[in-house]
Design a protein. Sequence first.
Length: 251
Amino acid sequence: MATDKTATGLPSTIRSDEVERFNRLSATWWNPAGPMRPLHVINALRLGLVLEQIARHFGRLPVDLTGLRVADIGCGAGLMCEPLAECGAQVVGVDAAANNITAARLHASQGCLNIDYRIGEPDVALHDGDAFDVLLLLEVVEHVDNLQAFLRQATRHLKPGGLVLISTINRTPLSFATAIVGAEYIFRVLPRGTHRWAQFVRPAELARAAAACGLAQHDLRGMAYLPAVHRAWWTRSVSVNYIASFSKPAA
């Protein structure tokens, strides 16, 4: 368990072993046929929903995010950051794994994209003056030690009226069978040890932690992923993967 201190002197919410593992995987992020293939498939589906939610919340077209400040926390090598920047958003990508940020910066430079990538957890990487219209916490909360502390660190940088999108994995017997046994051991579409079932987050737990940070939930939907054929789709069931959206009351 992580014992490092953050900039505020509080215990780190990030597991040091998780950071080490993602550092080892950093070179494979942008290979759509490599170990990160499931994430590429999921990201393609999820991007449409992220753009739809942002457009609905701020009353604009999904392809025009001009003027909006977006922080993608746990951004990996920038799979979501880049398309948002291409739509005109001012994007800050944050990840605790330094090698992920190195890979993200390299790929963004190759596409001439201006993305502000930062190393660390929210309490360190986000500054006192940083304020965002949108926070993305995609496939990251199941990798932290203290969910509520992590959310609090992140959401203190959310503007009044801002939007938060969080995707993660439910803690159910089915998620153990599919996300761990199936994905990591049978189909081997994810490296073994990618997930720890005990750290998966039930929707009610996420809702309580978000409410404690002053957020109001307004959307929840499930996602299914079939590793045998690498296909993902939206579903009513939230028994495995799901995404939830929250907003901060306007001032």
